[in-house]
Ligand binder design. Structure first.
Ligand SMILES: *Cc1c(COP(=O)(O)O)cnc(C)c1O
Length: 495
């Protein structure tokens, strides 16, 4: 049965998966959602024997129904290959009683690689299927990791360009170096004088500008999105939750059918939404613990039912989660009101006009699987240190937030089910903060001295992605204000 996609705000309906991937964001500013959430049609016993690539096919074929088997398998094979530093693609590690699902073994050492290594394949296949001759211009706002993973994925892919905006001063030094040294004739990156939300809002504004769309079309360009709002990112993210559960069964860590909880360090709400969809597809997942840093807008939302973005934006040591407008939450809002487009559109209008909205009691009830928590800097550093000291396992600052919140959850609820924690970045991507967490403040060391020290202290080799940027030349130095983003895109494209 074919699945079609519609906008959460009702403005577009009946798109195929490939059309939804090509468009990224719907014309009315809404996000594309499948008309239903399919159930897995293979058993957990069967999944337990499968490779990552085979699992990916079983999950993705159910959502991307207009892709042929051959197309999908070619996309999967092209994405999950030696770019990853281990054949498992996603790695399970047990530490201090919890299971860490390491999603950072791809080429840019953050979990964004899990979806952004396949998105270019899905996008170019979708273009071919739909007879698109225009060059596809990917615009992405990044809190640090999407930008690099997106550029790495799209670099020199024929028929595509990618332009990335990141908040100046709002990403780690390693993240910034990864982006500004990016190769590829079709890549461009600019620092925005503003925060991530400014960058994300700016990109959404460009997508909504019909005049600009026309101007680009005359020059043979069309825009698409690599942000986590694209269904071409959401669907591949479901895969690793299915895979992880099946592997826990295969490894004898859990019984087949045993319900486990999942904690996800959350920013734009894409990763945790994928875990929720895995549950809807039939995986035995209990609670979804949404872990925030001090930008705890989601914690407040789950505890009160009011989403209020009017608050100071705090720069933390988990910068990829420094977000006040969690775009993918709109998809949960939509599901929670029975796929009521008018209601969703109304709440999103309130968010942009008044900076807040409140959901109904029934909608809150619908979301009862979610539990929100947040961790400050000290608590985060404390858990990174204690897990490292007790079992030698090193995690990054985003995973630290999740580990801290999963402890809060167990303590407050007494829920003793086994916990899967999404580990979203290599500790080396945030070396300064991680080394400080385990060794206290370090004076007078440059970024790479810190990296080397972290490697020495932990016994973990420096990842190739970090070695690469040690000596790589800087290739990008653009900077602009949020209001100049559209003009910059035009300049880059020569329009
Ligand atoms: C993007 C990112 C997150 C947040 O994921 P969302 O899907 O935006 O909620 C968490 N940790 C790291 C390291 C990231 O790059």
């Amino acid at each position: 049965m074919n699945i079609t996609y519609q906008s959460t705000r009702g403005g577009e309906k009946g798109l195929t998966a490939s059309q939804a991937i090509l468009k990224g964001l719907a014309c009315d500013g809404g996000l594309f959602m499948p008309d239903r959430i399919p159930k897995l049609d293979v058993s957990i016993e069967e999944l337990a024997k499968m490779t990552y690539q085979e699992t990916a096919y079983e999950v993705m074929k159910l959502f991307l129904t207009d892709f042929t088997e051959e197309e999908l398998k070619t996309c999967i094979a092209g994405a999950y290959d030696e770019k990853f530093d281990c054949p498992e693609i996603a790695v399970l590690s047990k530490a201090d009683g919890d299971y860490y699902l390491e999603l950072y073994h791809g080429s840019t050492i953050a979990f964004k690689d899990m979806a952004l290594s396949i998105l270019p394949h899905l996008m170019t296949t979708a273009a071919k299927k739909n007879g698109v001759d225009n060059e596809i211009v990917i615009l992405a706002a990044t809190s640090g990791d999407t930008g690099k993973a997106g550029m790495a994925g799209f670099a020199d892919v024929p028929g595509t360009r990618i332009i990335v905006f990141y908040p100046k001063g709002g990403v780690s030094r390693i993240q910034e170096l990864q982006m500004v040294t990016q190769k590829g004739e079709n890549t461009a990156v600019a620092a925005i004088r503003g925060n991530f939300d400014d960058a994300q809002t700016g990109v959404k504004k460009i997508f909504g500008d019909r005049e600009f769309e026309k101007r680009l079309a005359e020059k043979g360009f069309q825009l698409s999105s690599a942000n986590s709002i694209n269904v071409g990112r959401l669907v591949p993210q479901i895969v690793y939750y299915v895979y992880a559960y099946a592997k826990l069964v295969e490894n004898g860590e859990i019984e087949n059918g045993e319900v486990i909880n999942v904690t996800v360090p959350t920013g734009n709400f894409g990763n945790i939404l994928a875990a929720y969809l895995a549950k809807q597809m039939g995986m035995p997942i209990g609670r979804l613990i949404c872990a925030s840093n001090e930008n705890k807008v989601l914690y407040d939302f789950f505890s009160t039912g009011t989403y209020d973005r009017e608050r100071p934006f705090i720069l933390t040591s988990s910068p990829s989660m420094d977000i006040l407008i969690s775009s993918n939450l709109e998809r949960l809002i939509y599901l929670s009101c029975g796929c009521d487009e008018a209601k969703t559109a109304e709440l999103m209008r309130e968010l942009s006009a008044d900076g807040k909205y409140t959901v109904t009691e029934e909608m809150r009830e619908f979301m009862a699987d979610f539990w929100g928590g947040y961790a400050g800097e000290e608590e985060n550093a404390g858990v990174i240190r204690s897990v490292f000291e007790s079992c030698g396992y090193l995690m990054d600052t985003h995973t630290g937030v999740a580990a801290a919140v999963s402890r809060q959850y167990k303590k407050e609820t007494g829920d003793g089910r086994k916990m899967l924690i999404a580990s979203t970045a290599s500790p080396f991507k945030f070396s300064g903060s991680v080394l400080e967490a385990i060794r206290g403040p370090q004076e007078g060391m440059d970024e790479f001295a810190v990296v080397d020290e972290l490697s020495r202290v932990s016994g973990v080799p420096v990842p190739a992605a970090v070695e690469e940027i040690r000596t790589a030349p800087i290739r990008h130095n653009r900077e602009c204000g949020p209001e100049e983003m559209e003009a910059l895109v035009a300049e880059i494209l020569g329009c």
